[in-house]
Write a protein of this length. Structure first.
Length: 128
């Protein structure tokens, strides 16, 4: 039984439902640190922009127009990460950024990583 995801305007409003079968709506699950199975990660990544990965981590690499633009994005992501108390691994290579989301304490991808990826997507959309 996997999670289904729908992108929304706020990270806290990501709709996470557990399928109940027969096409009926599922039950909303809280945004705790639920470790996701492979199907759930695949479903989540499908609605995110440019993310890939599996149960061990989800990753997005993006090129920005300049080094200062890339650092500005990192600064905005840092503020969101502090707000969420959940921090991505960030690799900076000139104007190319790679974000890696994984809940190390849970040993894989959780709902918190999906929520953070959603926020990173919106920051990147604003930066382009």
């Amino acid at each position: 039984m996997g999670h289904r995801y729908k992108r929304t305007d706020r990270w806290s409003d990501i709709l996470i439902t557990v399928g109940t079968g027969g096409g009926h709506p599922g039950t909303k699950v809280g945004l705790m640190g639920d470790l996701l199975d492979a199907d759930s990660v695949r479903s989540a990544v499908a609605v995110l922009d440019g993310w890939e990965g599996g149960t061990d981590a989800i990753v997005r690499t993006v090129g920005l127009r300049s080094f200062p633009a890339a650092i500005a994005v990192v600064d905005r992501v840092a503020k969101v990460a502090e707000e969420m108390d959940h921090h991505p691994d960030i690799d900076i290579r000139w104007r190319t950024l790679t974000f890696r989301c994984v809940t190390h304490s849970a040993g894989g991808v959780t709902t918190r990583d999906i929520a953070l990826a959603n926020r990173i997507d919106r920051i990147l959309a604003d930066a382009s």
